[in-house]
Design a protein around this ligand. Structure first.
Ligand code: SF4
Length: 239
């Protein structure tokens, strides 16, 4: 057991009263080297990383390289790593493309996107989380109906503590922060891509659509299994 429920309840009460920088400092004080962050360099992630830069710049920040990211995302990741001098670490599946094709078949993102996400995203993340006690994420309640119930701190169902310092931030508030501090961001956001993942599974949304409408467009799928997952994903993880 990696956590103490009373401690989590106490942290939740405390975090709800605190600003983002103070949440980060308290989290670092509580979890020390057991704390890490993950990001896919979306606009909320940029905001959270800007707070990390100013408070706990040594924090390991994991970027899951699925080998399917947009050029724009990779360029932004390189720019932030260089200019903000953050401890950004790329992680990726152990399997080669040939091995993945044998396991998943050709173009698995079309034929079996859950399994594709499991091998390319979830499994690399789980490898890291096994070495950590708490992870920071920049997800927000208003991003989608699947995220509306998130808390500032929660047990992620895999037994790791998850901290969402921006849980209550709105889209407008997040963008206002980016504009105010002139933070860099993925240029695809200006082309109706509010949420950006892998190239084959990300499309622009219609004006006024939900933030995650462009992810796995035309499928029932709304999440990759990193933040929210179902019984099928749990079974895959137990194998
Ligand atoms: S988002 Fe698409 S390409 Fe990326 S891992 Fe998931 S199914 Fe595969």
């Amino acid at each position: 057991m990696k956590y103490d429920l009373k401690k989590i309840a106490e942290l939740k009460r405390d975090f709800k009263k605190k600003s983002v920088p103070k949440i980060l400092l308290r989290a670092k004080g509580e979890f020390g080297d057991g704390l890490a962050m993950t990001t896919a360099f979306g606009y909320s992630g940029i905001v959270l990383m800007s707070f990390v830069k100013d408070t706990i710049p040594e924090l390991p920040i994991y970027f899951i390289d699925t080998r399917f990211h947009f050029e724009e995302t990779l360029k932004l990741a390189a720019k932030i790593k260089k200019e903000w001098k953050l401890n950004i670490i790329n992680i990726s599946t152990h399997y080669s493309e040939e091995e993945l094709e044998k396991i998943l078949g050709k173009e698995a993102y079309r034929t079996n996107s859950d399994l594709c996400c499991h091998y390319r995203k979830v499994e690399p993340l789980l490898r890291i989380l096994k070495t950590k006690t708490a992870w920071l994420s920049s997800i927000r309640k208003d991003q989608s109906r699947t995220r509306a119930g998130i808390e500032v701190i929660e047990i992620d169902g895999r037994g790791t503590v998850k901290i969402n310092p921006l849980y209550n931030w709105t889209k407008d508030q997040t963008w206002m922060y980016i504009r105010k501090y002139d933070l860099p961001y993925n240029p695809l956001h200006d082309q109706y891509y509010p949420s950006i993942g892998c190239k084959p599974c990300t499309a622009p949304i219609d004006k006024g659509g939900d933030e995650r409408d462009g992810r796995w467009k035309g499928m029932q799928k709304l999440e990759c299994g990193i933040h929210l997952y179902d019984d099928d994903e749990n079974k895959r993880e137990q194998k």
